[in-house]
Design a protein around this ligand. Structure first.
Ligand SMILES: [Zn+2]
Length: 328
C-alpha cells in the first residue's frame, strides 16, 4: 500500500463516513420492510428472523439495527446524529430498549422526555449511557433482561438475593449424587420439569387420557369375554367418535383428535413457503390452519388442514396456497 500515514487516516475517515451513511440507509429500508410486513411473504414469522436469516446479520447486530430503527422512526430528528456518529448504533439501540422496558413497567416517557433522554446520551459511550439509565431508574439492576445469542440460546440476566443464592446452592448439594457439577441451568431445567408435571394442564390431561384408555381397554376385554358368542354387526364407536355435541351440529371449529393426528407433520414446524421457496419452519404458536377457510365452508378434515406458526396463521391474506409445502 502506497498511502502515507496521514492518507491512511484520511482514507479510513472517508470510509467510516460512508459506512455510517449506508447504515442509516439500511435502517430506513428496514423501517419500510417491517412496516409492510414483507418478512411474512418471504416465509419468516418475524422481521427479526428475516434480518438474521435472510440478510445474514448475527443476533446482536440485528437487534441493534432493529432497535435503532424503532428509535429513529419515532424520533426522526436524530437520523443525522446517527450519520455523524454522535449517536452510535449501539447507544440508539440501548436507549430504545430502555424506553421499551420503562413503558412495560408503566413509566412511559413523553415525546419530549424521550427527546431529552436521547440528547443527554449524544456523544456518550454505552457504559456512560448505562449509568444514565441507572440514575433514572435505580431499580433497573433488579430487572430481568434477555436477548438471543444464537438461534437456540438466550442470555437472561437478573440479580438475585443472597438468600436465594444460598438456597440454590443448598439444592445443588442435595442433588450432588445425580450430578456433582450441576450448573444453575441444569438445576433450573429439573425444577421446571417438576413444576410442569404438577401444574401443566396439558400434561395432566395426557396422563388422564392414558388412564382412561387403559380403563377402556380393560372394560373392552371384559366385554369381549361376555359377548364373544354374538355376531358383531356394528362397530363399537371409539370414545372420541362419540364426541358429538350440539355445537358440532352448528359447524364447530373443533378439530377431532384423529383428524388432527392425520394432518401431515414432518416435525419441521410452519409449512408456509415463500415465492422463492423459503419455508418458514417456525415452531412458535404452531396451530392448524384451514386451507379453505372455515368461514367459507372449509372442512375440519385433515386434507383441509396444515400447520402454521402464529404469525402466518394471523396473516393469511398474504399467503399463496402452500398446500403442497410438505410434498416439496
Ligand atoms: Zn410461519
Amino acid at each position: 500500500m502506497t498511502f502515507s500515514n496521514d492518507e491512511l487516516v484520511l482514507e479510513a475517515e472517508r470510509e467510516i463516513k460512508l459506512e455510517r451513511e449506508s447504515t442509516l440507509k439500511i435502517i430506513k429500508l428496514f423501517q419500510e420492510i417491517a412496516a409492510r410486513k414483507i418478512y411474512l411473504e418471504h416465509g419468516y414469522p418475524s422481521f427479526y428472523e428475516m434480518v438474521t436469516k435472510h440478510f445474514g446479520y448475527c443476533a446482536g447486530s440485528a437487534m441493534r439495527r432493529i432497535n435503532a430503527m424503532k428509535l429513529v422512526k419515532e424520533l426522526s430528528q436524530f437520523e443525522e446524529k446517527l450519520e455523524t456518529g454522535e449517536l452510535s448504533l449501539s447507544v440508539a439501540a440501548d436507549v430504545q430498549s430502555f424506553l421499551y422496558q420503562e413503558s412495560k413497567i408503566e413509566r412511559p416517557y413523553s415525546l419530549n422526555a424521550k427527546i431529552e433522554l436521547v440528547e443527554t446520551c449524544l456523544g456518550k459511550s454505552r457504559r456512560e449511557v448505562e449509568e444514565e439509565f441507572a440514575r433514572r431508574n435505580p431499580e433497573r439492576e433488579k430487572r430481568e433482561t434477555q436477548h438471543a445469542i444464537s438461534n437456540d440460546r438466550l442470555r437472561i440476566s437478573f440479580s438475585i438475593s443472597k438468600e436465594l443464592n444460598d438456597k440454590l446452592n443448598h439444592l445443588k448439594d442435595l442433588l450432588g449424587h445425580v450430578d456433582p457439577s450441576m450448573t444453575t441451568e441444569s438445576l433450573l431445567e429439573r425444577l421446571v420439569e417438576v413444576g410442569l408435571e404438577k401444574f401443566d394442564p396439558k400434561r395432566r390431561a395426557e396422563r388422564a387420557k392414558i388412564r382412561n384408555e387403559k380403563k377402556r381397554q380393560t372394560a373392552a376385554k371384559a366385554r369381549v369375554g361376555q359377548e364373544s358368542d354374538r355376531p358383531s354387526n356394528s362397530t363399537t364407536p371409539s370414545s372420541l367418535a362419540t364426541f358429538t355435541s350440539a355445537a358440532e351440529v352448528k359447524r364447530s371449529r373443533y378439530i377431532k383428535v384423529h383428524e388432527r393426528n392425520r394432518v401431515e407433520n414432518d416435525g419441521r414446524g410452519c409449512t408456509f413457503v415463500s415465492k422463492s421457496g423459503h419455508r418458514c419452519e417456525s415452531k412458535r404458536f404452531l396451530q392448524l390452519d384451514h386451507i379453505e377457510s372455515f368461514v367459507q365452508g372449509g372442512s375440519n378434515r385433515a386434507e383441509n388442514l396444515r400447520w402454521m406458526c402464529g404469525a402466518h396463521n394471523r396473516n393469511r391474506a398474504v399467503q399463496p396456497e402452500s398446500k403442497s409445502a410438505l410434498a416439496n
